[in-house]
Design a protein around this ligand. Structure first.
Ligand SMILES: Nc1ncnc2c1ncn2[C@@H]1O[C@H](COP(=O)(O)OP(=O)(O)OP(=O)(O)O)[C@@H](O)[C@H]1O
Ligand SMILES: O=C(O)[C@H](O)[C@@H](O)[C@H](O)[C@H](O)CO
Length: 160
């Protein structure tokens, strides 16, 4: 979880590879209308995100039913979004990829070929609600290299 450009795809993909489980890119489940809205520089609201979160909950529920496990990238900015995802698997754990605005803005500026305009970073930071006590998960510092983050996440999870 985390705002645009925090490293969800990069770290999530590497984590899934290290764990040997499927990686599901949450961005791929946005309807075209959401992508068009973000591409036009307008932030998504709760209504825009509702169907998308349902689709991601479906992915989590399917992995649980099949016993395959998964790593899924999702901004999951608000507590109630995470509550919805947890309904699909109460054992769901979150990794908040956290870092200073300046670092994330610099990474977004250096990223090519993505629809998300860097100007939407501030709206994402406004929407972001940190993990609360009782929510299973950890916060990691995205200033660290992706490989180090993967090691820390696996160490915190106690596996493999
Ligand atoms: N730990 C890291 N160290 C250095 N660079 C990183 C790290 N994590 C990600 N990056 C780089 O930062 C940029 C943003 O990462 P990435 O696309 O994975 O973020 P994201 O959270 O998936 O973004 P979005 O939500 O917009 O899809 C990429 O260019 C990526 O290579
Ligand atoms: O909740 C949201 O507003 C969206 O999921 C965004 O976070 C983007 O999908 C993602 O960051 C792609 O760049």
């Amino acid at each position: 979880m985390g705002v645009c450009g925090c490293g969800k795809s990069t770290v999530g993909g590497a984590l899934a590879g290290a764990l040997g489980v499927p990686f599901v890119e949450g961005d791929a489940f946005h309807p075209a209308a959401n992508v068009a809205k973000m591409s036009a520089g307008r932030a998504l609201d709760d209504a825009d995100r509702a169907g998308w979160l349902d689709a991601l909950a479906g992915q989590i529920g399917a992995a649980r039913a099949q016993g395959t496990g998964l790593v899924l990238s999702c901004s999951a900015l608000k507590r109630r979004y995470r509550d919805l995802l947890r309904q699909a698997d109460p054992g769901l754990r979150f990794v908040h990829l956290h870092g200073p605005r300046e670092l994330i803005a610099a990474r977004l500026a250096g990223r090519a070929g993505h629809y998300m305009p860097p100007a939407l970073l501030d709206s994402q930071l406004r929407d972001l609600e940190a993990l609360e006590p009782g929510e299973a998960g950890i916060v990691v510092d995205i200033a660290l290299p992706a490989g180090t983050l993967v090691e820390r996440i696996i160490a915190a999870a106690g596996r493999p």
